[in-house]
Design a binder for this molecule. Structure first.
Ligand SMILES: O=C(O)[C@H](O)[C@@H](O)[C@H](O)[C@H](O)COP(=O)(O)O
Length: 265
């Protein structure tokens, strides 16, 4: 792995292969889980959809399946598509089939979105669920705002620079107050989604953005490097945890257009 710890609160972890990236990602999550359980007795983690879930697959294998304190995990979603939980587009289904059903997570600790109401109602209900989780200290609270402070929020990034369901030029990027927003016009199908907003993502203790593949190399460059004000402001670039730490997990292809970066074995 090539490590480019470019500044105090941001780290780039660049990997030769998906295999290596997956192992490092599992180590990273397991370490944060252990630290959080030690400190707070629980681990609050928010997932996204996309390739992230299969890249987390090592967590279902030895040693992690035995060493991680799964009973202390509380699962949330950074974004969800407003479809039935049994639908192929459901981020819940993706995580359930490939991760949650393979490790001993407590079913009542899985906070998925209500799939039988409108996007707006689902967002409102999700805010309530998060508020209750903050009250019961399952999710911490930020010391600089009243936002929830998740122990870890895991994100992927689209080739357009979106993260969670925060798409370029969408009005939801301006949301400053709500913890959870709904959109009905996502440029990437399905159109109806609910999403954590920037205030919540940027209040987390740890945020990881996991990106692989050459087709995202230019976007990775625009999201990370000092590209100047003329370049489009990508949602991924706006992930700047106020007190927490941001870690990018990249494979060498996704990292290939970063300034000052040459992969050496
Ligand atoms: O609900 C979603 O659409 C996902 O949460 C989304 O934000 C995903 O993480 C990116 O689109 C990257 O997906 P890939 O890694 O599969 O390209």
């Amino acid at each position: 792995m090539a490590l480019c710890g470019d500044h105090k609160d941001r780290e780039l972890r660049i990997h030769e292969s998906l295999e290596e990236l997956s192992t490092d990602l599992a180590d990273y999550i397991a370490e944060l889980s252990e630290a959080s359980v030690k400190e707070r007795g629980v681990f609050s983690i928010a997932l996204s959809g996309g390739s992230l879930i299969s890249l987390m697959g090592k967590l279902c294998e030895a040693p992690y399946n035995k060493t991680v304190d799964w009973g202390k995990w509380y699962i949330f979603w950074a974004d969800e598509r407003v479809v039935a939980k049994s639908h192929a587009d459901s981020n819940y289904k993706l995580a359930k089939d490939n991760l949650l059903s393979k490790v001993p997570i407590v079913p009542s600790h899985v906070h998925s979105i209500n799939d039988s109401v409108s996007a707006e109602e689902a967002a409102d209900e999700y805010k309530f669920v998060i508020r209750q989780s903050v009250k019961s200290r399952i999710v911490s609270v930020s010391d600089v705002s009243d936002s929830p402070k998740f122990d870890l929020i895991l994100l992927g990034m689209g080739a357009d620079g979106h993260v969670a369901s925060l798409f370029p030029d969408h009005s939801v990027l301006e949301e400053k107050d709500e913890w959870v927003a709904f959109i009905t016009n996502s440029p990437k199908p399905p159109p109806e989604r609910i999403t954590f907003t920037f205030p919540v993502i940027n209040s987390a203790s740890n945020v990881a953005i996991v990106v692989t593949g050459e087709n995202k190399a230019e976007t990775v460059h625009l999201a990370i490097d000092d590209v100047g004000d003329d370049s489009p402001l990508l949602p991924a670039r706006l992930i700047q945890p106020r007190k927490g730490k941001l870690t990018w997990f990249l494979d060498k292809y996704a990292a290939s257009k970063l300034d000052n970066y040459q992969f050496s074995e």
